[in-house]
Design a protein around this ligand. Structure first.
Ligand SMILES: Cc1cc2nc3c(=O)[nH]c(=O)nc-3n(C[C@H](O)[C@H](O)[C@H](O)COP(=O)(O)OP(=O)(O)OC[C@H]3O[C@@H](n4cnc5c(N)ncnc54)[C@H](O)[C@@H]3O)c2cc1C
Length: 525
């Protein structure tokens, strides 16, 4: 059995394997020369008191002790097995498909977007202020919104599934093993595309199917039971359908609504992206440290209550870039990502506030349960109108935003399509701009230097969560009135982020398996 040691080290000590191996040997009272392997099982940085320390938990293997095997998964062949349609190849859809294979069912994945390589070209076109392909962009395509995302793998919903298995699955498909022990694991937008392509390859090599450029346009429902899906005129029959289309597919909600599938409006969150120079965030978070070269780009996580409404930072990307995440040209939507080495000179984060059902009650009469979607669209389109042509985004210096002044100039930003000066409070819904201003002022008091005109806010951060839920039974995970339909992932309202979507996809696959098994027993009686 390996021995476990926990060390608290300076950043420089933690970066040197010789130093921490010697420290581990001293702690265990063994000779360093007897150590065969030191494996990091947990690493976190504690920067709370200004002088950052690194907490390292190590497993120490002495000579002749069996060492841990590398991560490995065996996926059985599912050729000829019962087909299950999976709509969407984002984290929820991909992990649902992998789990279906483990359970001996054959996933047939339909993805409206393109494979990673052609998708990369479409994204480059968006960044060059070119056209936006409504089926191939930052949200749609192989790997879903997760592919060109930041790839932070932290989740609050570890209890909803096997978190470690999800990380191991990513390692098996090409992620760095570091994600298995970092307290805040991160893959990076440069590495994710290869990983998602490898996952799709696993699905097809096991006998499943992945069809790119196939947008689901309808469901075949007979007597309240789903029998298949339509992609245009083509009908594909399936024993069950997992719908994992993400929160940007407005047309899917409309199609389900028109087909009589019950949906529910839900609260969500909206706001702006904020961007500071990374050096400024480092100097705030790592004040007092003379070892910053051994520390990663600093991050923050902020939350406050303003007038009874929550305001919080979301998806913080140290050393990252702001990106245009809209799915059509009438919107301005921003998000953030960072490469694996987090080496850009900018630090960005979403700053969002709650949007409650009562905030879009006025749209209910016209849009019913899709009122939140209509509200989101209105704000995204207002941002577009105030952001200039193509993908340029409306922006304001942060102190000017809080002070209610239009910015005469803007600092340089990471957002490649460019920004134009706009007084955001003139077109954001007043409850959003007021909450954000109050929240940023509070954050500035907690993190001295945060509220500065060196930073900008850019509009809008609107795709943090979905404004519509596709209901499902808590036990069967099936839509209550539509047998065989399994809503899953972020778009259905059951996840927020890569890992929680992946875990929810796995849960949906488990539920499909139970359903198919019960149906099979019922039909063969
Ligand atoms: C720039 C950016 C950065 C992000 N950074 C992070 C991060 O660091 N950490 C994190 O946890 N999360 C991050 N996210 C969020 C994360 O990507 C999502 O939470 C996650 O991808 C949701 O997974 P999903 O499978 O539910 O949906 P999605 O990833 O949205 O996938 C849905 C898929 O369904 C497809 N689809 C839609 N309609 C149809 C149809 N009719 N027919 C067929 N296919 C369809 C879409 O093309 C898409 O590929 C980021 C998102 C973006 C855009």
């Amino acid at each position: 059995m390996p021995k476990t040691v926990t060390l608290v080290l300076s950043p420089k000590q933690s970066a040197d394997a010789h130093t921490y191996t010697a420290a581990a040997a001293r702690t265990l009272g063994i000779d360093e020369r007897d150590i065969a392997l030191v494996r990091t099982v947990k690493r976190s940085i504690d920067a709370r008191r200004g002088r950052p320390k690194v907490n390292l938990t190590l497993e120490v293997y002495v000579d002749c002790e069996p060492q841990p095997a590398p991560v490995h998964f065996d996926y059985p062949s599912v050729a000829g097995r019962t087909p299950v349609a999976v709509i969407g190849a984002g984290p929820a859809g991909m992990f649902a498909a992998l789990r279906l294979i483990e359970l001996g069912l054959r996933p047939i994945v339909f993805e409206r977007g393109k494979e990673v390589l052609p998708r990369k070209r479409d994204i480059a076109e968006i960044n060059r202020n070119g056209a936006i392909d409504p089926d191939s962009n930052y949200a749609f395509g192989e790997g879903g919104a997760g592919t060109f995302s930041d790839g932070k793998l932290f989740t609050r919903s570890k209890k909803r599934g096997d978190y470690n298995k999800a990380l191991q699955t990513l390692v098996f498909h090409g992620a760095s093993p570091e994600i298995l022990y970092e307290a805040h694991p991160h893959i990076g937008s440069d590495r994710l595309p290869r990983i998602v392509s490898n996952i799709c390859r696993t699905i097809t090599e096991a006998g499943g199917e992945v069809h790119f450029g196939h947008r689901m346009t309808g469901l075949k429902i007979r007597n309240g039971k789903v029998e298949g899906v339509y992609c245009g005129d083509t009908l594909v029959e399936a024993a069950a359908v997992v719908i994992a289309t993400g929160h940007s597919a407005d047309d899917i909600y409309m199609m389900l609504h028109d087909a009589g599938v019950r949906l529910e409006a839900k609260p969500f969150a909206m706001g702006v992206r904020i961007e500071h120079p990374q050096a400024l965030i480092d100097s705030i978070q790592y004040r007092g440290s003379n070892e910053t070269e051994y520390l990663p780009a600093a991050s923050y996580s902020l939350v406050s209550q303003e007038g009874g409404r929550g305001v919080y930072s979301f998806c913080m990307c140290p050393g990252g870039f702001m990106v245009p995440a809209m799915t059509d040209a009438s919107q301005s939507v921003v998000n953030g990502m960072s490469p694996s080495n987090r080496n850009s000179p900018y630090a960005n984060s979403g700053i969002v506030t709650e949007v409650r059902l009562s905030d879009f009650e006025h749209l209910r009469a016209q849009y019913g349960e899709l009122a939140g979607l209509a509200f989101r669209r209105e704000v995204e389109q207002a941002a577009r109108r105030n952001g200039g042509a193509h993908q340029t985004a409306p922006a304001q210096r942060v102190a000017d935003f809080v002070g209610g002044r239009r910015s005469a100039t803007l600092p340089s930003v990471s957002y490649i399509p460019g920004v134009v000066s706009s007084n955001l409070a003139e077109w954001l819904p007043p409850f959003i701009s007021q909450s954000l201003r109050a929240g940023i002022a509070t954050f500035g008091r907690r993190m001295h230097g945060f509220l500065t005109n060196e930073a900008v806010v850019v509009g809008v951060e609107s795709r943090t969560s979905t404004p519509v839920r596709i209901p499902r039974n808590a036990e069967t995970l099936m839509h209550p009135e539509t047998e065989g339909l399994f809503p899953s992932g972020e778009g259905a309202g059951y996840a927020g982020g890569i890992i929680s979507a992946a875990l929810d996809g796995e849960r949906a696959a488990d539920a499909v398996y139970k359903y198919v098994e019960q149906r099979w027993k019922r039909d063969t009686k």
